[in-house]
Design a binder for this molecule. Structure first.
Ligand code: PLP
Length: 344
């Protein structure tokens, strides 16, 4: 077998979901957009639903349709992009709840699917999705008359505990929703960690379920092992890989592993990345190529048969640091060539 193995611990995802719900002391939804952050919406969705999750969130209606197929009727599935032109059949067919973002979406929704449940997304300062305060004032009475099921907003800086934007957005959210008897939700993973004032009636964690920061106490979910295709000894002065980007200072042993930037192992990781073999760290040398990565395994007592990029010794966020990015991007970039193994 020459593809890498991506192991996804479904019980760890459920444990993280329970831990975040316990912390919030209110219902925890599950954000499962982008194929459950690259980990497989069918398996992750079914496992969370079996564990009792009743509120799922996806980015677009197409993802909602796929999730509905996996989990069946019962749990609610909300769509962050709201009700886009052409979505009515999917929203009705898969019983999705669009989170309406604008006056236009609101009108389109009540015209095309009168009486169909919806929520409202309010912009409290991020300026990405949702109705701004002025727009909301104008539409508010009309929208409320249609019985929205949820009022939600999203924090821009929640991964920084002390950022003043958090409290600023919370105050705007208070102003926009005060006195309305409709369930409210403000926080994703980061906001869930900010304390009770940010929890409202439901939290919406995504990355924390999958073991990523800012949920420091998350149980690790993902393991990524790449098989070694070949091991060779190089002499001091020999070079490795494209553009002769690395040259051996001393006689060295190089392992070539199967996996590269086509598998989401970002080329930018190259100069900083390490793999692990058991507890021993071994550095990537030379450029990451499309399908292969070269690693200096001189420190290992024996030629390895595989090397680990993500696992007990280094997290998704450590791998992200190698490329100057975030765990979210690493997870959602993991390509389709891995053998995916779901532990349950
Ligand atoms: C992606 C997203 C979430 C989940 O965010 P995490 O940081 O992954 O927990 C919650 N709400 C909205 C609106 C989102 O776009």
């Amino acid at each position: 077998m020459s593809t890498g193995t991506l192991t996804i611990d479904l019980n760890a995802i459920v444990a993280n979901w329970h831990a975040l719900a316990k912390l919030a002391q209110v219902e925890a939804g599950a954000v499962i957009k982008a194929d459950a952050y690259g980990l497989g919406v069918d398996r992750v969705g079914r496992h969370l639903a079996a564990a009792g999750a009743r509120q799922f969130f996806v980015a677009v209606a197409e993802e909602g349709v796929a999730l509905r197929r996996a989990i069946g009727s019962g749990p609610s599935i909300s769509v962050f992009s709201g009700h886009m032109a052409g979505d009515a059949d999917m929203i009705a067919g898969a019983n999705l709840t669009p989170l309406i973002n604008s006056v236009d979406q609101m009108l389109h929704h009540v015209e095309s699917l009168p009486g169909h449940p919806f929520g409202l997304q309010l912009d409290t300062g991020m300026n990405r999705l949702g109705m701004e305060p002025a727009e909301w004032s104008a539409l508010r009475d009309i929208a409320l008359a249609q019985n929205p099921t949820l009022l939600m907003s999203h924090l821009a800086c929640a991964d920084e505990r002390d950022h003043p934007m958090n409290e600023q957005q919370r105050m705007v959210f208070e102003d926009m929703t005060e006195g309305l008897d409709i369930p409210r939700s403000l926080s994703a993973t980061g906001g869930t960690l900010l304390g009770e004032a940010y929890h409202y009636d439901m939290v919406r964690p995504g990355i924390g379920l999958y073991g990523g920061l800012p949920f420091v106490d998350a149980v690790p979910v993902v393991t990524l092992d790449l098989p070694v295709v070949q091991v060779r000894d190089v002499l001091a002065g020999e070079t490795v890989g494209y553009a002769n980007a690395w040259s051996a200072k001393v006689n060295s042993r190089i392992a070539t592993v199967s996996g590269g930037y086509a598998d989401g192992l970002l080329r930018a990781m190259g100069p900083n990345a390490k793999f692990h073999h058991n507890d021993i760290a071994v550095p990537v040398v030379g450029r990451i190529s499309m399908d292969l990565i070269t690693v200096d395994v001189t420190a290992l007592p024996q030629a390895p048969s595989s090397l680990q990029l993500i696992g007990m010794n280094q997290s998704v966020d450590t791998a992200a640091d190698f490329a100057g990015t975030i765990g979210y991007e690493i997870l959602t970039s993991l390509g389709s060539r891995y053998k995916r193994v779901w532990l349950e």
